[in-house]
Write a new protein. Structure first.
Length: 277
């Protein structure tokens, strides 16, 4: 018996990276999944592989009518919505603060924060009627600690964390849980910065970002998908309002190996010894 038998989920950004890995894992655990993404070819291909368990809807998460329509499609097709995973994203505006245009500012927040808001807004009424549901959103380690990503990406992802907590407080009485996942560097097209990265580009990410993580490596999409599966399942039935860091330890602090040698070498404590002892 699968962990999500009988459940229906909608996953935005479900055609690649973390989203695609989560779609596959949810379906393998028995869920019926609506894949919401702008990449029609990839989304349709995944849906075809899932058969009756999957359907693809082309969605731009910045457009309220499209998000609302996708949720309605899931309910019309399967009669319920047990989980929404707001995962769609992109790297956002780049460069120093004075170089960022208002247009790029708006687009960054539209995709990374407004898109999450719209998913929650239109999933909540359905889940309230059911008196159950799990809302999951992708934040980032950059939403916890400054300096890990660009300005606006970090701020938008911090907003996802606080929106998650606020919604959890409102919807808890309806047995609706809201949590977000804060990944570290994960091997995805988004992290590499290419829609279809080459093996060399992926290797560059693995090598370049590994040292920042205490575990000494970057993460895989499946590792985030496992966290989403836990949050979508009844295994996490008493968990809400949480920002779950799945980040190889990057938000815990500086890796021990990067500390000055003095801190990593044993020395007798002399400064505070009582005289004569």
């Amino acid at each position: 018996m699968g962990k999500l038998d009988g459940k229906v989920a909608m996953i935005t950004g479900g055609a690649s990276g973390i989203g695609a890995a989560t779609v596959g894992m949810f379906a393998a655990e028995g869920a019926r999944v609506l894949i919401a993404d702008m990449q029609e070819d990839k989304g349709q291909e995944i849906a075809k592989e899932l058969g009756d368990q999957g359907v693809f809807v082309q969605v731009n998460v910045t457009q309220e009518t499209e998000v609302k329509g996708a949720i309605e499609t899931a309910v019309e097709r399967w009669g319920q919505l047990d989980c929404i995973y707001n995962n769609a994203g992109f790297g956002g505006a780049l460069g120093p603060i004075e170089s960022i245009s208002v247009e790029d500012y708006d687009m960054t927040f539209d995709v990374l924060l407004k898109g999450v808001f719209l998913g929650i807004k239109h999933a909540a009424p359905i889940m309230k009627k059911q008196r159950s549901g799990s809302i999951i959103s992708t934040s980032s380690a950059a939403g916890i600690e400054a300096g890990m990503a660009t300005h606006l990406y970090s701020v938008a992802k911090a907003g996802v964390i606080h929106l998650t907590k606020s919604v959890a407080l409102e919807l808890g009485e309806f047995n609706i849980r809201a949590n977000c996942i804060c990944p570290g560097a994960i091997v995805t097209p988004l992290a590499v910065g290419r829609p279809s990265p080459t093996d060399r580009q992926v290797a560059g990410l693995r090598k370049g970002a590994a040292h920042m993580h205490p575990l000494g490596r970057v993460g895989e999409p499946e590792e985030i998908a496992k966290a989403a599966l836990w949050l979508a399942s009844d295994d996490s039935s008493f968990v809400t309002g949480q920002a779950l860091a799945v980040d190889g330890g990057i938000t815990a602090g500086r890796p021990w190996r990067d500390l000055p040698e003095f801190h990593r070498t044993s020395h007798p404590i002399r400064m505070y010894r009582v005289p004569g002892k």
